[in-house]
Design a protein around this ligand. Structure first.
Ligand SMILES: [Fe+2]
Length: 299
């Protein structure tokens, strides 16, 4: 197809100038048929080229980056997405969540989903112990799922997942062997209420075995997350709410490795002496209680 090749002089000019390369690439992607994809790609190319030009990216750095991304892909499997940890650590997740989730101020604030959500969580009856044998102090969590008028949201699907007392999630161990633990899918009844027993989550560092932790150690050194429960709440006619509840007693609320803390999501995990729990269960050891209502947005 020799008729497509321009004169040697022209080719030389194109590749002599970084600006001309960018223009050439943009021109080609301008033909992207889908308008949103076109917008995303043109902006990505402009910023990506701008970044490379800004830092005068070297060949060695590019080679390192490609290898680093390849290794990052190897740390992705169901229940673990290393790219999500990168997005979280760079603040991209929280930026997206914050600008995309439109809510009145009294609706529950969303936060990032994190890398450990499993699409298929075990179903439990409301009020069950979902710990699945996880080690830790007993915790009883309860509250209501409400709309912005304060009315209960029935048949809401609540995914909850959290760490054990070592700061680990089920997916960080051999899920095939142990099965899921500290993870559940609950469905609200007509009163919109939820309740479950589990173990108290603790502060934990970003997974120590992937590539994101290496980036963080080499840069900010901030690798810890304050103790939290993860929630994803879905209900017909409502925006899906993905959020956390953070433990007010955590020493890492200020400086969360992934910028996820919102003041309205901080709650008290209240220590209780052994004896009768709020659901009537008689406890033979000390435990914690959490009360938190979620307000969902119609949409
Ligand atoms: Fe988490």
């Amino acid at each position: 197809m020799t008729h497509h090749i321009k004169s040697a002089q022209t080719i030389e000019n194109i590749y002599d100038s970084a600006d001309l390369i960018t223009q050439e690439v943009l021109k080609r992607y301008e033909g992207t048929p889908d308008p949103r994809l076109r917008e995303l790609m043109l902006s990505l190319i402009k910023h990506l080229h701008g970044f490379a030009r800004d830092v005068k990216l070297t060949g060695n750095e590019w080679t390192f980056l490609m290898g680093f991304l390849e290794e990052t892909g190897k740390w992705c499997f169901p229940g673990r997405n290393e790219f999500v940890i990168f997005s979280d650590a760079l603040g991209l997740s929280m930026l997206t969540v914050t600008q995309d989730y439109k809510r009145p101020l009294h609706a529950t604030e969303p936060t990032l989903v994190g890398p450990f959500l499993l699409e298929e969580a075990p179903r439990f009856e409301m009020g069950s112990d979902i710990s699945g044998g996880a080690a830790g102090s007993p915790m009883y969590a309860r509250g209501r799922i409400l709309d912005t008028e304060g009315k209960p949201v029935a048949r809401a699907l609540i995914d909850v997942w959290h760490s054990d007392e070592r700061g680990l999630y089920d997916v960080q161990e051999d899920l095939q062997k142990t099965g899921p633990w500290a993870r559940a899918l609950l469905t609200t009844g007509a009163d919109g209420g939820y309740a479950f027993w589990s173990v108290l989550p603790v502060d934990y560092p970003i997974p120590q075995d992937g590539t994101a932790i290496r980036m963080m150690r080499a840069t900010t050194g901030r690798t810890w997350r304050p103790a939290h429960l993860h929630f994803r709440i879905r209900a017909e006619g409502f925006l899906t709410l993905i959020t956390h509840i953070f433990d007010r007693s955590s020493g890492n609320l200020d400086g969360d490795a992934v910028f996820g803390v919102r003041p309205s999501l901080i709650a008290d995990f209240i220590p209780q002496s052994l004896g009768k729990a709020p659901d009537g269960k008689v406890m033979d050891r000390d435990f914690y209680t959490l009360d938190y209502d979620f307000v969902m947005v119609r949409g």
